[in-house]
Design a binder for this molecule. Structure first.
Ligand SMILES: Cc1ncc(COP(=O)(O)O)c(C=O)c1O
Length: 393
């Protein structure tokens, strides 16, 4: 694949990445562009020039303007969006607000993010509801297998389903429209965990038809860390409260979330600056470059080490790439290999044990090139990588 300018290493200086670092994990921790960090520093100065005027008079209209910008990109109206510190906070807000009781079921999947599984477990523990997990197949050849797996687990007691839009460990774009339709036909409400979605794939959130949607803007949409969004369908807004209750209880969805106690609002207020960076790069061009690059990288690993890759229609800017199948497929080996790659090669990438094999969850961002992924493949093929994981499987 040739690198279309201006992406690749030519644009790397837009981010304050350490020289020499090979950063293939924009999925876990996105890198904030220099322009956004500068906007945040200027905003901090502005707030400190008169904190009371800013926090009590200027904050609210600015938050609403930032929410309007989110709506212009992700669909619907600004009033349907609120900011949260992160996706975890959005999930907790919905779980705390949703009334579950003994006899009810809360459905998650075997690929639900661990922290979200814990929040669901806690909601069930507090309410007496039952936590049910549907096993999602992986590797996967066809999205229909996922729809069938979910359908076989839905029942009359299922009250709420948490669905990933892009799964964390396996990086699969799930067939959400079909999954949501099945859940709602069975009488269940749907909370979508779209932590990885804004900036990675195109979305129209209201069009999906879910009841709630949480996302992160600090992963793929270039916002400073601490910037999540929660969208709620109009019918759910009055009963959806933040995980931290503060002054505005029962005054309405955005009133409650726009003030959850004193905190630093700059990650939220810098979302428009982050969206400007995305606009300048071209959102469609960013998504296209990242998708093509991660696809080419995964094919390189599959040719070199053997093993499957995800279907194209289920791949965004992240995917699992198979590693040599003689490496031990344990969490300890995955951690050891990740540490070794960082310490010895300055390569940051997530390593995942899944179905009797280790995989690299590779993430492409426009500052990456195919050679960065080839360097990872060389590093995992070397004898010292094998030693780091404790030898052969
Ligand atoms: C699917 C999924 N949900 C939720 C989260 C949590 O995101 P945060 O730590 O920003 O709350 C992550 C983080 O990687 C994730 O992958």
């Amino acid at each position: 694949m040739s690198t279309p300018l201006p992406f690749g290493h030519a644009v790397r200086d837009l981010w304050p990445l350490e020289p020499g670092a090979i950063y293939l994990n924009h999925g876990t921790l996105g890198v904030t562009p220099r322009a956004v960090l500068a906007a945040q520093a200027a905003l901090n100065e502005q707030i400190e020039a008169h904190p009371a005027r800013f926090m009590f008079h200027e904050l609210k209209p600015r938050l609403r303007a930032a929410a309007d910008r989110a709506a212009s990109l992700f669909g619907g109206r600004g009033q349907d969006y609120v900011f949260t510190d992160n996706a975890t906070a959005g999930v907790n807000a919905v779980l705390r607000s949703f009334e579950l009781g003994p006899g009810d079921e809360l459905l998650i999947t075997s690929q639900t993010y661990g922290a979200v599984q814990n929040a669901a477990r806690y909601a069930c523990r507090q309410s007496g509801a039952e936590l049910v997990s549907v096993d999602l197949p992986f590797p996967i050849a066809d999205a229909d297998d996922i729809v069938a797996a979910l359908e076989s687990t839905l029942g009359p007691r299922t009250k709420l389903v948490i669905l990933d839009h892009i799964t964390s460990d396996t990086a699969l774009v799930l067939p959400l429209d079909r999954l949501i339709a099945r859940c709602q036909a069975a009488g269940a409400k749907v909370l979508v965990d779209g932590a990885h979605v804004p900036g990675q794939i195109a979305i129209d959130i209201p069009d999906l038809g879910a009841d709630w949607y949480v996302g992160n803007l600090h992963k793929w949409h270039f916002a400073p860390r601490g910037c999540g969004i929660l969208w709620a369908a109009e019918a759910e807004q009055a009963a959806t409260h933040p995980a931290v209750i503060s002054w505005r209880l029962d005054e309405g969805f955005d009133a409650e979330f726009d003030w959850t106690g004193t905190r630093n609002p700059t990650p939220f207020l810098c979302f428009p600056a982050a969206a400007d960076v995305m606009d300048e790069l071209g959102a469609e061009a960013v998504r296209g470059y990242n998708r093509d690059l991660v696809r080419a990288a995964a094919d390189h690993f599959a040719q070199r080490f053997g093993g499957p890759t995800a279907p194209d229609e289920m791949t965004g800017a992240m995917t699992l790439a198979p590693l040599p199948d003689d490496l031990p497929a344990t969490s300890a080996a995955a951690l050891a290999l990740r540490g070794h790659l960082l310490d010895q090669h300055n390569i940051e990438v997530s390593i995942v044990p899944w179905q009797d094999r280790l995989w690299a969850r590779i993430a492409a961002q426009v500052y990456c090139e195919l050679d960065d992924f080839k360097a990872l493949a060389d590093a995992v093929a070397s004898a010292d990588a094998r030693n780091a994981t404790g030898g052969l499987a």
